[in-house]
Structure formats: structure tokens, C-alpha cells
Design a protein around this ligand. Structure first.
Ligand code: HEM
Length: 479
């Protein structure tokens, strides 16, 4: 048989060396794999036919280039998507389909499924791995659920309560800077830059109890965090630099490595110092000393965290979690705050209501400082913040992978293996969910007139098992 087939190739028995056989087996294996992949791709396309597609810009690039992440791009996307108000199919190049979800009812099976059934799609997040390690944002599986369980107490109100003073102090520094600039006659300032420094200042104090005075003078650590955040966003847009090998040959790759190194050294040094104190004092005395200052920072909470078997977090774990909080907590909150100020500036009538509400609360108080208990007594301000987070969500999209077929409410099925982009921006602007979605109207969130919309119609902090662990922290800080 072998002789027959080889003679067909013009080769006699002597030429049928083991190498040739190996080559034939290898080629057949590759062909079989290629055919299996091609069939799987065809089958997937067939099953995805039930999802409508907006018109493609190019037969090869598909919808690539139509997905800009700036305000203008997001609005364009919405205009396109308005014909498709629940789920639609996008193509990133000729072979990579992504299902884009813009309706609360349809995201429920994805967001509310166990984290192992619809894990995060890591294509963007992987760039951050060398910086954030296996922190909550990037970890998966058992490690994630173990850490999520251990870290939840870090956001308990008893821990968050003393941070109100930190937020006040940071905001005061920023206001003093603005007053100074105004008195000098400055008419313009980049508000996002100032607010980012303020949120970083607060986070550094809440996580490490470290005051770098970064709002007044440059700090290497804070500059490195800002640089890392900017480099990650830049790389996401440069498809050809997505492979590590190429990226680390570039100047940006080198800067990324250097900034990571600096950030890690800072966090490591604080953990080492704190662990040393903890060991020399013992956890009982350590806690007693902390109780006097009434503030446990996140590093303390992470060092003291133990699971049911008494297992603690390693130094590497603590570093990953602290770095994750620093990253995830600054940019999002700064974006949220900047948009809130923008919306209140555009709507002086609502701005005045917020001012009156705060004035009323502080009227018989000296010093006039917001305290923890006040944070629940600012209903109108809360409505304004929520409406701003709806209109301008700081995280515009999150993505999930389906490890099994997912049944949607209308009977359609998302086939196993596909990536789903949950457009928070799309849901918040969907006209079939929100009346006049482009209008800034805080009364949508008036607790006195509860609306009949789905709880998933407003998800700036995502929802389900992998929602934002820092949402109370963020809401308090923004207030
Ligand atoms: C306005 C401010 C914030 C917004 C809009 C926001 C939004 C979000 C969203 C949408 C997610 C889900 C990400 C995904 O599924 O891929 C998330 C996750 C997360 N956020 Fe926030 N966030 C904010 C502030 C914060 C703060 C202040 C912290 C910490 C101090 C924080 C820590 C985290 C962490 C650790 C995760 C990952 C949770 C997990 O997967 O278990 N966030 N955030």
C-alpha cells in the first residue's frame, strides 16, 4: 500500500525513509487540523447568522476602524447600532467575530452567569499583566474567587469610613490650586489632569498611608502610574504591537518595563516595611496601635486577611492587589468626576440645587466638612452623579468569553467560544431603554419615582460576580 502511494509520488521503496514518512504524517496532521478549524469556523459563522451585522467598511478589515473609543466614535457606533437594539455582530478582520450587546435583558445571561462560564476576555487586559500581575482585575478561576472572598472585607464601611477625611483633604488641595490659578488670571485648565492627580493622591493615602504630596510637586511613583496607564491605552490601538516580542523592542516597551519596575519597587518596599512591623509587634498589638489612629489602610487589610484555613496572601499577591487598586481606582473615578463637573457646568439649575443641598447640610457646622454620615444625605447630588455615570460611563465596554453555549431571552444562542462585548455606553444610550437618552436628566434616578426599568439598564460598575469591588469607595469619593 505504502509502496503504491509512494510510487505515485515517483518515489520508490528505498526513498521511503522515516523522515519522509514523518513529513507525510505531519502534513496530514496539519491538513486535518486546518480542515477541522475551517469546519469549526464555517459552523460558527452559520450559527451566528441569526445576529444582524451593521454594514462593513471593508471586506477584509470588517468593522475594524469603525470602533473608535473616543466620545465621537462611541456616538457614531450608537448611530449605527440604533437599527440593532439588542445584539449585533461585528467582524474584527475576516476571521474574528465579536457579538456586541446593547440591551439589559440580553446581557443578563452573560453577567449573571458564574465567573467560570463567562470569564473575561483577556485580549486587552493581557497588556497589563506585567504591571498588575494576578490582581483581582486580571485573575481568573479559583485564584480570583479565593481573592475576591478575602478582599471583600477591605471595602466594608468600617474600613471606608475614615477615608472620608482623606478625600476631603485631597479635594481641598485641588481647590486651593484652582483658586490660586484663578487669582493669577488663568482662564483655562485641563480638569482631568488635576482630578487624576487628586484621585491618585487619595488612593496612595488610602492604600499605603503614603503622602507623596503629588498634587503640589511631581512624584516619580505617580508619574510612573500615569505613564503606564497611557502606554497601555496606546498599545491597545497599535495592533501590530500586540505581540510582546515586538512591543518590548520598541521605546514604549522599554518605558513600560522601566515604569513597572519603579511601581513594583515602591509597593514592595511598603509591604516589606509593614510586614516587618507586623511581625515585630504581633497582629494584636499592631491592630491596637492602628485602632488609635482609627485608620487601617488597604495594605494593612491585605496583610491581615486570612481564609478559613488560616492561609494568608503572599507578598506577591498583596503587591498585585495594591497595584490593581491604584490603577483601577484612579482613572475611572477621575473620568467620572470630570464628566460630573462638565454636566453640572452645562446645567446651572442642577448645579445650584446640589450647592443648596450641601449648604443646608453644613449650615450649623464648623469646620464645614463633609463627614461619613453625610454621604447618604445628599439625594439630589447622588441623582446628578448617577445621571452623569449613565451619560458618560468611565468604563464604556467590558468583554466576556463564552465557555459554553449561552441561551438568550429570545431563544437565540451565543455559540460556545465566542467573545461578547457588553457595551455599557450602548446600554446607557439605548433609546428602547431610556427615553431621550442624550438628555442629562437627574430625575431619572429620583428614588421617589422609581422607574420600571431593568436593574441592568444602569451598570457603570458592571454587575454580577465580577462587578466592581470598589464601587462604594468610588461613589463616596465622587460625592
Ligand atoms: C467611578 C469609578 C469606577 C468605575 C466606573 C468602575 C468600573 C468598573 C467596572 C465596569 C468593572 C468591571 C470590569 C470588567 O468586567 O472587565 C470594575 C472592576 C473592578 N474595579 Fe472598578 N470602577 C471604579 C472605581 C474603582 C475603585 C475606586 C476601585 C478600587 C479602589 C476599583 C477596583 C476594581 C477592581 C479590583 C475590579 C475587578 C473586580 C473583579 O473582577 O473581581 N474600581 N470596575
Amino acid at each position: 500500500m505504502l509502496q503504491l502511494s509512494l510510487s505515485w509520488l515517483g518515489l520508490g521503496l528505498p526513498a521511503a525513509s522515516p523522515w519522509l514518512l514523518l513529513l507525510l504524517v505531519g502534513a496530514s496532521w496539519l491538513l486535518a487540523r486546518f480542515l477541522a478549524r475551517a469546519y469549526a469556523f464555517y459552523d460558527n459563522c452559520y450559527r451566528l447568522r441569526c445576529f444582524p451585522q451593521p454594514p462593513k467598511r471593508h471586506w477584509f478589515w470588517g468593522h475594524l476602524g469603525q470602533m473608535k473609543t473616543n466620545e465621537e466614535g462611541l456616538r457614531l457606533l450608537e448611530d449605527l447600532g440604533h437599527c440593532f437594539r439588542d445584539v449585533h455582530l461585528w467582524w474584527i478582520g475576516p476571521f474574528y467575530p465579536v457579538l456586541r450587546f446593547v440591551h439589559p435583558q440580553f446581557v443578563a445571561p452573560l453577567l449573571q452567569a458564574p465567573a467560570t462560564v463567562t470569564p473575561k476576555n483577556m485580549s486587552f487586559y493581557d497588556f497589563m499583566k506585567p504591571w498588575l500581575g494576578d490582581g483581582l482585575l486580571l485573575s481568573a478561576g479559583d485564584k480570583w474567587s479565593h481573592h475576591r472572598h478575602l478582599l471583600t472585607p477591605a471595602f466594608h464601611f468600617e474600613i471606608l469610613k475614615p477615608y472620608t477625611k482623606i478625600f476631603n483633604k485631597s479635594a481641598d488641595i485641588m481647590h486651593a490650586k484652582w483658586q490660586h490659578l484663578a487669582s493669577e488670571g488663568s482662564a483655562r485648565l485641563d480638569i482631568f489632569e488635576h482630578i487624576s492627580l487628586m484621585t491618585l493622591d487619595s488612593l496612595q493615602k488610602c492604600i499605603f498611608s503614603f503622602d507623596s504630596n503629588c498634587q503640589a510637586k511631581p512624584s516619580d511613583y505617580i508619574t510612573a502610574i500615569l505613564e503606564l496607564s497611557a502606554l497601555v491605552m496606546k498599545r491597545a490601538k497599535q495592533t501590530f504591537l500586540h505581540t510582546d516580542f515586538l512591543y518590548y523592542l520598541t521605546l514604549d516597551g522599554w518605558r513600560f518595563r522601566r515604569a513597572c519596575h519603579l511601581v513594583h519597587n515602591f509597593t514592595d518596599a511598603i509591604i516589606q516595611e509593614r510586614r516587618h512591623i507586623l511581625i515585630s509587634q504581633g497582629s494584636h498589638d499592631f491592630l491596637k496601635a492602628k485602632a488609635k489612629t482609627k485608620t487601617l489602610d488597604f495594605i494593612d487589610v491585605l496583610l491581615l486577611a486570612k481564609d478559613e484555613d488560616g492561609k494568608e496572601l503572599s507578598d506577591e499577591d498583596i503587591r498585585a492587589e495594591a497595584d490593581t487598586f491604584m490603577f483601577e481606582g484612579h482613572d475611572t473615578t477621575a473620568s467620572g468626576l470630570s464628566w460630573i463637573l462638565y454636566n453640572l457646568a452645562r446645567h446651572p439649575e442642577y448645579q445650584e440645587c446640589c450647592r443648596q443641598e450641601v449648604k443646608e447640610l453644613l449650615k450649623d457646622r464648623e469646620p464645614k466638612e463633609i463627614e461619613w454620615d453625610d454621604l447618604t444625605k445628599l439625594p439630589f447630588l447622588t441623582m446628578c452623579i448617577k445621571e452623569s455615570l449613565r451619560l458618560h460611563p468611565p468604563v464604556t465596554v467590558i468583554s466576556r468569553c463564552c465557555t459554553q453555549d449561552i441561551l438568550l431571552p429570545d431563544g437565540r444562542v451565543v455559540p460556545k467560544g465566542n467573545v461578547c462585548a457588553i457595551s455599557i455606553f450602548g446600554i446607557h444610550h439605548n433609546p428602547s431603554v431610556w427615553l431621550d437618552p442624550e438628555v442629562y436628566n437627574p430625575f431619572r434616578f429620583d428614588p421617589k419615582t422609581p422607574q420600571k426599568r431593568s436593574p441592568l439598564a444602569f451598570i457603570p460598575f458592571s454587575a454580577g460576580p465580577r462587578n466592581c469591588i470598589g464601587q462604594t469607595f468610588a461613589m463616596n469619593e465622587m460625592k
